[in-house]
Design a binder for this molecule. Structure first.
Ligand code: ZN
Length: 343
Protein backbone atom coordinates (compact mmCIF):
# COMPACT_ATOMS: atom_id res chain seq x y z
CA UNK A 1 0.00 0.00 0.00
CA UNK A 2 1.21 3.52 -0.79
CA UNK A 3 2.42 5.89 1.88
CA UNK A 4 0.20 8.38 3.69
CA UNK A 5 -0.31 11.77 2.06
CA UNK A 6 2.63 13.98 2.94
CA UNK A 7 2.48 17.55 4.19
CA UNK A 8 4.75 20.58 4.11
CA UNK A 9 4.55 24.35 4.50
CA UNK A 10 5.05 26.93 1.75
CA UNK A 11 7.82 28.60 3.74
CA UNK A 12 7.53 31.14 6.52
CA UNK A 13 6.04 30.86 10.00
CA UNK A 14 5.38 33.68 12.50
CA UNK A 15 8.35 34.76 14.60
CA UNK A 16 8.27 34.95 18.41
CA UNK A 17 7.64 38.47 19.78
CA UNK A 18 11.13 38.58 21.32
CA UNK A 19 12.67 38.15 17.87
CA UNK A 20 10.56 40.47 15.70
CA UNK A 21 7.35 42.44 16.02
CA UNK A 22 4.49 39.95 15.61
CA UNK A 23 1.86 39.91 12.86
CA UNK A 24 3.91 42.23 10.67
CA UNK A 25 5.57 41.58 7.33
CA UNK A 26 9.24 42.61 7.13
CA UNK A 27 9.21 43.42 10.86
CA UNK A 28 12.54 44.74 12.18
CA UNK A 29 14.55 42.59 14.59
CA UNK A 30 14.10 43.23 18.32
CA UNK A 31 17.71 42.29 19.13
CA UNK A 32 21.17 42.73 17.66
CA UNK A 33 24.62 41.15 17.44
CA UNK A 34 25.27 37.74 18.97
CA UNK A 35 22.01 37.84 20.92
CA UNK A 36 20.10 38.21 17.65
CA UNK A 37 21.93 35.28 16.07
CA UNK A 38 21.18 33.08 19.10
CA UNK A 39 17.56 34.19 19.12
CA UNK A 40 17.13 33.29 15.43
CA UNK A 41 18.48 29.79 16.13
CA UNK A 42 16.15 29.41 19.11
CA UNK A 43 13.21 30.55 17.02
CA UNK A 44 14.07 28.02 14.32
CA UNK A 45 13.99 25.24 16.93
CA UNK A 46 10.51 26.34 18.00
CA UNK A 47 9.31 26.52 14.38
CA UNK A 48 10.62 23.00 13.76
CA UNK A 49 9.09 21.77 17.00
CA UNK A 50 5.67 23.16 16.03
CA UNK A 51 5.82 21.32 12.70
CA UNK A 52 7.03 18.04 14.23
CA UNK A 53 4.39 18.09 16.96
CA UNK A 54 1.69 18.73 14.38
CA UNK A 55 2.95 15.79 12.31
CA UNK A 56 4.12 17.70 9.19
CA UNK A 57 6.21 15.47 6.91
CA UNK A 58 8.70 17.78 5.20
CA UNK A 59 10.10 20.26 7.71
CA UNK A 60 11.18 23.84 6.98
CA UNK A 61 13.05 26.43 9.06
CA UNK A 62 9.98 28.70 9.08
CA UNK A 63 12.30 31.38 7.61
CA UNK A 64 13.05 32.53 11.15
CA UNK A 65 16.40 34.06 10.14
CA UNK A 66 14.96 36.23 7.38
CA UNK A 67 13.30 39.60 7.46
CA UNK A 68 12.13 39.35 3.85
CA UNK A 69 11.99 36.35 1.54
CA UNK A 70 13.83 38.15 -1.27
CA UNK A 71 15.92 40.98 0.19
CA UNK A 72 17.52 38.91 2.97
CA UNK A 73 19.10 36.77 0.26
CA UNK A 74 20.10 39.76 -1.85
CA UNK A 75 21.71 41.46 1.17
CA UNK A 76 24.45 38.84 1.09
CA UNK A 77 25.36 39.55 -2.55
CA UNK A 78 27.78 42.13 -3.86
CA UNK A 79 26.74 44.57 -6.58
CA UNK A 80 23.60 45.76 -4.78
CA UNK A 81 23.20 49.10 -2.95
CA UNK A 82 20.89 48.81 0.06
CA UNK A 83 21.35 52.37 1.28
CA UNK A 84 20.22 54.47 -1.69
CA UNK A 85 16.95 52.69 -2.42
CA UNK A 86 14.58 53.45 -5.25
CA UNK A 87 10.82 53.09 -5.32
CA UNK A 88 9.48 50.64 -7.89
CA UNK A 89 6.18 48.93 -8.57
CA UNK A 90 6.26 45.34 -7.29
CA UNK A 91 4.33 42.53 -9.03
CA UNK A 92 2.55 45.32 -10.93
CA UNK A 93 0.59 45.93 -7.73
CA UNK A 94 2.23 48.07 -5.03
CA UNK A 95 5.17 50.46 -4.62
CA UNK A 96 8.11 49.71 -2.37
CA UNK A 97 11.55 51.23 -1.71
CA UNK A 98 13.90 48.54 -2.96
CA UNK A 99 17.68 47.97 -3.22
CA UNK A 100 19.45 49.05 -6.41
CA UNK A 101 21.70 46.87 -8.59
CA UNK A 102 24.78 49.04 -9.21
CA UNK A 103 27.35 46.50 -10.44
CA UNK A 104 27.71 42.86 -11.53
CA UNK A 105 25.93 40.73 -8.91
CA UNK A 106 28.03 38.01 -7.27
CA UNK A 107 27.69 35.71 -4.30
CA UNK A 108 30.75 36.17 -2.12
CA UNK A 109 29.62 33.80 0.64
CA UNK A 110 27.00 31.18 1.47
CA UNK A 111 23.72 32.70 2.59
CA UNK A 112 21.50 30.04 4.20
CA UNK A 113 23.90 27.10 4.43
CA UNK A 114 24.50 27.54 8.19
CA UNK A 115 20.71 27.68 8.69
CA UNK A 116 20.38 24.48 6.66
CA UNK A 117 22.96 22.71 8.82
CA UNK A 118 21.10 23.75 11.96
CA UNK A 119 17.80 22.59 10.50
CA UNK A 120 19.39 19.29 9.43
CA UNK A 121 20.46 18.68 13.04
CA UNK A 122 16.90 19.17 14.34
CA UNK A 123 15.16 16.31 12.54
CA UNK A 124 16.01 13.05 10.80
CA UNK A 125 13.07 13.46 8.42
CA UNK A 126 13.06 15.28 5.09
CA UNK A 127 13.81 19.02 5.16
CA UNK A 128 13.13 21.88 2.76
CA UNK A 129 14.83 25.24 2.36
CA UNK A 130 13.38 28.10 0.33
CA UNK A 131 15.11 30.60 -1.95
CA UNK A 132 13.63 33.40 -4.03
CA UNK A 133 13.29 32.60 -7.73
CA UNK A 134 15.24 34.60 -10.34
CA UNK A 135 12.24 36.47 -11.77
CA UNK A 136 10.87 37.41 -8.35
CA UNK A 137 14.33 38.71 -7.37
CA UNK A 138 14.45 40.88 -10.48
CA UNK A 139 10.97 42.16 -9.68
CA UNK A 140 11.96 43.16 -6.13
CA UNK A 141 14.88 45.41 -7.15
CA UNK A 142 15.75 48.45 -9.18
CA UNK A 143 18.23 47.49 -11.91
CA UNK A 144 20.67 50.32 -12.58
CA UNK A 145 23.36 48.11 -14.16
CA UNK A 146 22.17 45.24 -16.40
CA UNK A 147 19.31 47.29 -17.90
CA UNK A 148 17.62 44.02 -18.80
CA UNK A 149 15.32 41.98 -16.59
CA UNK A 150 16.34 38.85 -18.46
CA UNK A 151 20.10 39.38 -18.13
CA UNK A 152 19.79 40.11 -14.44
CA UNK A 153 17.62 36.98 -14.02
CA UNK A 154 20.33 34.82 -15.62
CA UNK A 155 22.93 36.35 -13.28
CA UNK A 156 20.73 35.57 -10.27
CA UNK A 157 20.07 32.05 -11.58
CA UNK A 158 23.82 31.30 -11.51
CA UNK A 159 24.08 32.61 -7.96
CA UNK A 160 21.00 30.69 -6.81
CA UNK A 161 22.40 27.50 -8.32
CA UNK A 162 25.64 27.87 -6.31
CA UNK A 163 23.63 28.39 -3.13
CA UNK A 164 21.15 25.57 -3.84
CA UNK A 165 23.94 23.08 -4.54
CA UNK A 166 25.54 23.91 -1.19
CA UNK A 167 22.19 23.47 0.56
CA UNK A 168 21.77 20.03 -1.03
CA UNK A 169 25.32 19.11 -0.04
CA UNK A 170 24.58 19.69 3.66
CA UNK A 171 21.52 17.43 3.53
CA UNK A 172 18.59 19.53 2.34
CA UNK A 173 16.11 17.23 0.57
CA UNK A 174 14.12 19.87 -1.30
CA UNK A 175 15.16 23.35 -2.41
CA UNK A 176 12.13 25.47 -3.21
CA UNK A 177 12.24 28.61 -5.32
CA UNK A 178 9.53 31.18 -4.65
CA UNK A 179 8.18 32.72 -7.85
CA UNK A 180 4.99 34.71 -7.12
CA UNK A 181 6.01 36.85 -10.13
CA UNK A 182 5.08 33.87 -12.35
CA UNK A 183 1.40 34.67 -11.82
CA UNK A 184 1.85 38.20 -13.21
CA UNK A 185 4.37 38.40 -16.08
CA UNK A 186 3.28 35.63 -18.44
CA UNK A 187 5.32 36.69 -21.49
CA UNK A 188 8.49 36.77 -19.44
CA UNK A 189 7.68 33.41 -17.84
CA UNK A 190 7.49 31.97 -21.34
CA UNK A 191 10.56 33.77 -22.71
CA UNK A 192 13.03 33.28 -19.86
CA UNK A 193 11.26 32.76 -16.50
CA UNK A 194 11.10 28.96 -16.54
CA UNK A 195 14.50 28.70 -18.22
CA UNK A 196 16.24 30.79 -15.55
CA UNK A 197 14.39 28.82 -12.85
CA UNK A 198 15.69 25.57 -14.35
CA UNK A 199 19.20 27.04 -14.41
CA UNK A 200 18.88 27.87 -10.70
CA UNK A 201 17.76 24.29 -10.01
CA UNK A 202 20.22 22.48 -12.32
CA UNK A 203 22.09 19.39 -11.02
CA UNK A 204 21.35 19.99 -7.35
CA UNK A 205 21.53 16.43 -6.13
CA UNK A 206 18.18 16.93 -4.37
CA UNK A 207 14.60 17.69 -5.41
CA UNK A 208 13.55 21.13 -6.61
CA UNK A 209 10.25 22.89 -6.07
CA UNK A 210 8.63 26.12 -7.20
CA UNK A 211 6.05 28.03 -5.16
CA UNK A 212 3.69 30.28 -7.11
CA UNK A 213 0.92 32.17 -5.40
CA UNK A 214 -1.19 35.31 -5.22
CA UNK A 215 0.94 36.66 -2.39
CA UNK A 216 0.67 36.98 1.38
CA UNK A 217 -2.64 38.06 2.86
CA UNK A 218 -1.64 41.76 2.76
CA UNK A 219 -4.04 44.47 1.64
CA UNK A 220 -2.55 45.07 -1.85
CA UNK A 221 -2.76 41.37 -2.63
CA UNK A 222 -6.26 40.92 -1.22
CA UNK A 223 -7.46 43.89 -3.32
CA UNK A 224 -5.81 42.44 -6.43
CA UNK A 225 -7.39 39.05 -5.85
CA UNK A 226 -10.82 40.60 -5.34
CA UNK A 227 -10.41 42.46 -8.63
CA UNK A 228 -9.63 39.30 -10.61
CA UNK A 229 -12.75 38.46 -12.54
CA UNK A 230 -14.28 34.96 -12.51
CA UNK A 231 -12.03 31.95 -12.14
CA UNK A 232 -8.34 32.48 -11.40
CA UNK A 233 -6.71 30.78 -14.34
CA UNK A 234 -3.27 32.45 -14.13
CA UNK A 235 -1.61 29.10 -13.38
CA UNK A 236 -2.92 27.84 -16.71
CA UNK A 237 -0.27 29.92 -18.47
CA UNK A 238 2.58 28.57 -16.41
CA UNK A 239 1.77 24.91 -15.65
CA UNK A 240 2.29 23.52 -19.19
CA UNK A 241 5.78 25.06 -19.18
CA UNK A 242 6.55 23.68 -15.72
CA UNK A 243 5.24 20.24 -16.73
CA UNK A 244 7.96 20.13 -19.40
CA UNK A 245 10.62 21.53 -17.05
CA UNK A 246 13.14 19.80 -14.78
CA UNK A 247 11.42 21.14 -11.63
CA UNK A 248 10.10 18.28 -9.46
CA UNK A 249 7.40 19.95 -7.36
CA UNK A 250 4.89 22.78 -7.83
CA UNK A 251 3.21 24.60 -4.93
CA UNK A 252 -0.04 26.45 -5.60
CA UNK A 253 -2.86 28.27 -3.80
CA UNK A 254 -6.15 26.35 -3.58
CA UNK A 255 -8.34 26.77 -0.50
CA UNK A 256 -10.60 29.84 -0.57
CA UNK A 257 -9.20 30.79 -3.96
CA UNK A 258 -10.99 30.70 -7.30
CA UNK A 259 -8.30 28.57 -8.90
CA UNK A 260 -10.05 25.69 -10.73
CA UNK A 261 -8.57 22.47 -9.33
CA UNK A 262 -8.59 20.86 -12.77
CA UNK A 263 -5.54 23.00 -13.68
CA UNK A 264 -3.28 20.65 -11.69
CA UNK A 265 -3.96 17.93 -14.27
CA UNK A 266 -1.51 19.88 -16.45
CA UNK A 267 1.27 18.99 -14.01
CA UNK A 268 1.21 15.26 -14.68
CA UNK A 269 4.28 13.54 -13.26
CA UNK A 270 5.14 16.41 -10.88
CA UNK A 271 4.54 16.50 -7.15
CA UNK A 272 1.76 18.99 -6.45
CA UNK A 273 1.86 20.96 -3.19
CA UNK A 274 -1.83 21.67 -2.77
CA UNK A 275 -2.61 24.79 -0.73
CA UNK A 276 -5.16 23.59 1.81
CA UNK A 277 -4.55 26.26 4.47
CA UNK A 278 -5.64 29.86 3.93
CA UNK A 279 -2.95 32.28 5.11
CA UNK A 280 -5.11 35.37 4.70
CA UNK A 281 -7.55 34.71 7.55
CA UNK A 282 -7.40 33.78 11.21
CA UNK A 283 -9.99 31.07 11.03
CA UNK A 284 -8.60 27.61 11.73
CA UNK A 285 -9.49 25.10 9.04
CA UNK A 286 -11.09 21.86 10.21
CA UNK A 287 -9.35 18.60 9.26
CA UNK A 288 -12.43 17.87 7.14
CA UNK A 289 -11.99 21.12 5.18
CA UNK A 290 -8.34 20.26 4.51
CA UNK A 291 -9.25 16.69 3.55
CA UNK A 292 -11.86 18.04 1.17
CA UNK A 293 -9.32 20.18 -0.70
CA UNK A 294 -7.02 17.15 -1.04
CA UNK A 295 -9.98 15.03 -2.14
CA UNK A 296 -10.69 17.51 -4.95
CA UNK A 297 -7.01 17.50 -5.95
CA UNK A 298 -6.99 13.71 -6.07
CA UNK A 299 -9.47 13.86 -8.95
CA UNK A 300 -6.79 15.47 -11.12
CA UNK A 301 -3.42 14.16 -9.84
CA UNK A 302 -2.06 10.78 -8.77
CA UNK A 303 -2.35 10.36 -5.05
CA UNK A 304 1.38 9.69 -4.54
CA UNK A 305 2.11 13.10 -6.08
CA UNK A 306 -0.17 15.07 -3.74
CA UNK A 307 1.18 16.96 -0.72
CA UNK A 308 -0.97 18.99 1.64
CA UNK A 309 0.51 22.48 1.95
CA UNK A 310 -0.26 26.06 2.97
CA UNK A 311 -1.35 28.59 0.32
CA UNK A 312 1.64 30.81 1.08
CA UNK A 313 3.88 31.83 3.98
CA UNK A 314 2.26 32.26 7.41
CA UNK A 315 4.59 34.96 8.78
CA UNK A 316 1.87 37.66 9.09
CA UNK A 317 -0.35 35.44 11.28
CA UNK A 318 -0.51 35.18 15.07
CA UNK A 319 1.68 32.32 16.32
CA UNK A 320 -1.14 30.38 17.92
CA UNK A 321 -3.19 30.67 14.74
CA UNK A 322 -0.33 29.38 12.56
CA UNK A 323 0.34 26.58 15.00
CA UNK A 324 -3.32 25.49 14.97
CA UNK A 325 -3.36 25.69 11.17
CA UNK A 326 -0.33 23.36 11.02
CA UNK A 327 -2.21 20.87 13.16
CA UNK A 328 -5.26 21.13 10.93
CA UNK A 329 -3.09 20.54 7.85
CA UNK A 330 -1.55 17.36 9.23
CA UNK A 331 -4.87 16.12 10.65
CA UNK A 332 -6.65 16.75 7.32
CA UNK A 333 -4.00 14.83 5.37
CA UNK A 334 -4.22 11.98 7.89
CA UNK A 335 -8.00 11.94 7.61
CA UNK A 336 -7.92 11.68 3.81
CA UNK A 337 -5.11 9.08 3.96
CA UNK A 338 -7.25 6.99 6.28
CA UNK A 339 -10.20 7.29 3.94
CA UNK A 340 -8.00 5.96 1.11
CA UNK A 341 -6.63 3.14 3.27
CA UNK A 342 -3.09 4.54 3.13
CA UNK A 343 -0.72 3.99 6.00
ZN1 ZN B 1 3.42 32.69 -1.62
Amino acid sequence: MSQKIKTTIAGSLPKPAWLAEPEKLWAPWQLSGTTLEQAKTDAMRLAVDDQLRAGITVIGDGEQTRQHFVTTFIESLSGVDFVNRKTVRIRDRYDAAVPVVVDKVTRTKSVFVEDAKKLRALTTGPIKLTLPGPMTMVDTLFDGYYKSREKLAWAFAEILNQEAKELAAVGVDIVQFDEPAFNVFFDEVKDWGVKTLERAAANLGCKSAVHICYGYGIEANVKWKNALVGEWRQYEQVFPLLAKSTIDQVSLECINSRVPMELIAMLKGKDVLVGAIDVANHQIETPEQVANVLRQAAKFADIQHIYGCTNCGMVPLAREVASAKLQALAAGAALFSQELGLN
